[in-house]
Design a protein around this ligand. Structure first.
Ligand SMILES: [Zn+2]
Length: 255
């Protein structure tokens, strides 16, 4: 691939994609994207840091109910989010260092699972769905859809075009939900929500209009990984604010 790219460059041709991927430099004989690997690892550690800070705030700093449960109604959902996000960055790091079919499927499936769960989370939080039965009614069809999609990708056809459409639809839908909520809510940290929505929107554009790797290392996808670092930091900051905000609101309410 890279030899061909060298020839193309000499005659003044622009880089092309091979099997839907840009040609990257080979390090130690294997096709690696060192920048994407490093950024995935960094994202994983930022996620872990965010999740830990949320955990410490809820269980050690904010008051707990007599049964040792948190007052905040979305604790469990954010725990699942943290685990799915860390899982997704882990497989992203693995995939960008060993690009084979198995790692590609694992990376892709984890990313879809995270995106699907984020969509459920957006609906539940923005519409303040607290009732268990109502939550199941929202989540069940979406979980069924996402599971079917993942099984299709893994065992029928790893269709990148179709996957792009599904991910884009779920991504745009949840950004709209958060944006509308940020517009109407009087949440004290709604500006953080706004920043994340705008940032995620821009990051999504990077996913769609990808450009060839700069010097064989940094492409649009790596840049997308980089954009996620400040966004993740801000997102966990919003989650912590939200848990504090809801806990204070619940404690103020006369019993
Ligand atoms: Zn990636």
């Amino acid at each position: 691939m890279l030899a061909r790219e060298g020839e193309r460059e000499k005659v003044g041709d622009k880089p092309v994609k091979y099997h839907g991927k840009w040609p990257f430099r080979r390090v130690y004989g294997i096709q690696v994207e060192p920048v994407a690997v490093a950024l995935s690892a960094l994202n994983l550690s930022i996620q872990f840091h965010g999740w830990m800070s949320f955990f410490i705030l809820l269980y050690y700093k904010l008051p707990l109910r007599p049964d040792k449960k948190t007052y905040y109604e979305y604790t469990g959902l954010w725990h699942i989010y943290g685990i799915l996000a860390m899982n997704s960055w882990f497989w992203s790091a693995v995939f960008h260092s060993r690009d084979v079919e198995l790692t590609e499927k694992l990376d892709c499936s984890s990313a879809v699972a995270l995106l699907g769960f984020n969509f459920i989370l957006a609906i539940l939080r923005a519409f303040s769905v607290r009732d268990e039965a109502a939550r199941v009614m929202v989540a069940a069809p979406l979980i069924a859809f996402v599971t079917t999609h993942i099984l299709y990708l893994n065992f029928y056809k790893l269709d990148h075009g179709l996957n792009m459409k599904v991910c884009l639809a779920m991504g745009v839908a949840q950004l709209l939900i958060w944006a509308i909520w940020a517009g109407v809510t009087r949440h004290p940290s709604r500006w953080k929500l706004w920043l994340v929505v705008v940032g995620e929107g821009l990051a999504m554009l990077l996913q769609i209009y990808d450009f060839p790797p700069y010097r064989g290392f940094v492409d649009a996808h790596a840049l997308y990984h980089a954009a996620n670092i400040p966004l993740t930091y801000l997102w966990w900051s919003f989650i912590r604010d939200d848990s504090e905000f809801r806990t204070t609101a619940l404690l103020k309410k006369p019993k």
